[in-house]
Write a protein that binds this ligand. Sequence first.
Ligand SMILES: Nc1ncnc2c1ncn2[C@@H]1O[C@H](COP(=O)(O)OP(=O)(O)OP(=O)(O)O)[C@@H](O)[C@H]1O
Ligand SMILES: [Mg+2]
Length: 468
Amino acid sequence: MTDADRTSTTHGDATPALPPVASFADLELPAALLRTLGEQEVREPFPIQAATLPNALAGRDVLGRGRTGSGKTLAFGLALLARTAGRRAEPKQPLALILVPTRELAQQVTEALAPYAEALRLRLATVVGGMSIGRQAAQLREGAEVVVATPGRLHDLIDRKACRLARVRITVLDEADQMCDMGFLPQVTEALDQVPADGQRMLFSATLDQDVDGLVRRYLHDPVVHEVDPSAGAVTTMDHHVLVVHGPDRYAVITEIAARDGRVLLFLDTKHSVDQLTKHLRASGVDAAALHSGKSQPQRTRTLAQFKASKITVLVATNVAARGLHVDDLDLVVNVDPPTDPKDYLHRAGRTARAGESGRVVTLVLSGQRREVSRLMGEAGIEATVTKVRSGEAQLSRITGARKPSGVPLDGGPAAPKAKNHNAPFRGIGTSKDASRGTGGTGGKSRKSGEARKLAEARRAARVRREG
Ligand SMILES: Nc1ncnc2c1ncn2[C@@H]1O[C@H](COP(=O)(O)OP(=O)(O)OP(=O)(O)O)[C@@H](O)[C@H]1O
Ligand SMILES: [Mg+2]
């Protein structure tokens, strides 16, 4: 067995895993589910599905790691729905629970599973912060077999006695390693403590690592481990570029990239810099919108829907959009601010090149950041092509499709300042206050200390906690 296709159990004396299947028809799936797979044009199981479904359907606990865009949602979703089919939830007492880190991902998982749930007459409820808690409580009161939730809102509903987990038979943690972040862990363990101890648990992520060990020891029984890819970075249809830019030219470069013909997702570190860049892009004639946790949930939902429907071409986001989100035909992701954590790199990058499609990931760096970024990419197992670029250059267009923006402001406001204007007013980029960033490669600070990493992790946790 190669490392690239490992299916095993954690302990030598544990129950062996069932072998992968070649087709959905080889699985004991209800006929209605098989029919719906056909209708959804899901013909053959992807490797993570072929590997995990036989075991998940047999009721085994599962640890599943498969690269971004490899079909993990259906891997856990089909098993959860098939094993819940035919049962009816009593008011406020769901039978299956899927926990995810963000509201958008909860919505997406619900939508992805909805046709299958409908075919099986199972009721799905989405429980997330930022939306009417009364309406969610009412839905639970009517009865929902499957609840897809962010941990904060689930906690609130349990507190209000609007939800009880005593009947939950199957619990899934999607993005399980992130669910072990300090920001989530207390509420995740609180939920797991309320779920009957003999139920099924499944943990999935593209970067399932030792971060989940504590949860595994405490809550999983004899789990089957599926590691379908040697490393999470191994999306072969994805190529990686580092573009070294000159400080004063930086946002001219970004604006030209954003003005490309086609969609692009831009990642920045902070809500403030996301808002500033979005404003600048719109003033330059680029149809961009911002997604971060400071926006209202209806705004967030609308922005993502507009991006998915190509009504806007540029989504400017914080890490809130880094995990799990799927947008068809998104072929370029740009790290305007380089991520601080190799796992963040993999998840941000994984918004492109999904389900066998190809895509490109571009990370902008100043020359002083090069060493730190190359170390981060090394840790993520990524090999990137490094190119020095300037705005207006053919080289930049070749790599990113960059072109000159129209310069006609979209919101009737003043035009953006000229791109080449040194010390131009857009200061949201490269001004991170995190001392561990931006100075990499100078003064011997290139190796981020354990402390700085912990700090970055704590910040990340605080950000995601606020997500609810
Ligand atoms: N067997 C299949 N055949 C064809 N398409 C599929 C199949 N399984 C999943 N897909 C599609 O692949 C895309 C990616 O799936 P999904 O979002 O589940 O990936 P993921 O592994 O959860 O990624 P991430 O790690 O980013 O969360 C979705 O659009 C989904 O509909
Ligand atoms: Mg996913």
